[in-house]
Design a protein around this ligand. Structure first.
Ligand code: ATP
Length: 217
């Protein structure tokens, strides 16, 4: 079904902490694919990841500080409100119901997440509720790990970004956003070693990390 509506994106993550590797490519993406709105969804205990160092409340606060005053972004803390692991597909299905069937929705992931997508709960259902927009990330290959994932990727990938707005869901788009070699792991590591990381994340987030004594040695 065609939808000539606006395109809204969802961007999930552990955000332990949020950094420029999350924010800058997504800001660039707004021009590339004509994004109207980006909703940041901090994850609660993702099933396939180790536990975060910062608490859920601290991670949420860092996300809120990072985008304060930036009208492109809003923050949705629904996954943090739950005690149980949140599966991305279930959150996306709920958001799709709230948004209605006609409006275009895109879920943004980094290349590293695409490479392990076949491990996600009901991963093949993601395209039933949204598009997938993939951000390139330094050090992660384009070649996918399993033939099944590669076939699925090839069958749904589009080059023309305008189709993301024209259809509510169902396509995969590889973004041409700049490569940023930043990870939350590196930030935590630098902090553990007492090193500066002001070039990797917004000042407001850095100040909060300092005030909370996060990621100390
Ligand atoms: P960690 O180092 O703790 O694994 P991370 O830096 O990968 O964390 P996450 O919060 O796990 O950050 O990432 C959320 C989403 O953002 C994921 O889909 C991830 O692939 C993507 N992402 C993170 N950093 C980058 C980056 N530098 N470039 C592109 N995508 C990124």
């Amino acid at each position: 079904m065609k939808s000539e509506n606006s395109l809204m994106a969802l961007f999930g993550g552990t955000f332990d902490p949020i950094h420029y590797g999350h924010l800058r490519p997504v800001e660039q993406l707004t021009q590339e694919i004509c994004l109207e709105k980006v909703i940041l969804l901090p994850n609660n205990v993702p099933p396939h990841r180790a536990q975060p160092e910062a608490s859920a409340a601290q991670r949420l606060k860092m996300v809120q500080l990072a985008v304060a005053g930036n009208s492109l972004f809003s923050v949705d803390d629904r996954e943090l409100q739950r005690d149980t692991p949140s599966y991305t597909i279930e959150t996306l299905e709920t958001l799709r119901k709230e948004r209605g069937t006609d409006h275009a929705l895109a879920f943004i992931i980094g290349q590293d997440s695409l490479l392990t997508l076949y491990k996600w709960h009901r991963w093949q259902s993601l395209l039933d509720v949204c598009h997938l927009v993939v951000l390139a990330r330094p050090g992660y290959p384009r070649q996918l790990a399993t033939p099944e994932l590669q076939r699925w990727y090839d069958a749904h990938t589009i080059e023309d970004a305008s189709r993301l707005r024209q259809y509510p869901q169902g396509f995969i788009y590889q973004a041409n956003t700049p490569l940023l070699d930043i990870s939350a792991t590196e930030i935590r590591q630098r902090r553990h070693e007492g090193r500066d990381c002001s070039d990797l994340l917004p000042f407001s987030v850095e100040r909060y990390i300092e005030s909370q004594g996060l990621y100390r040695a």
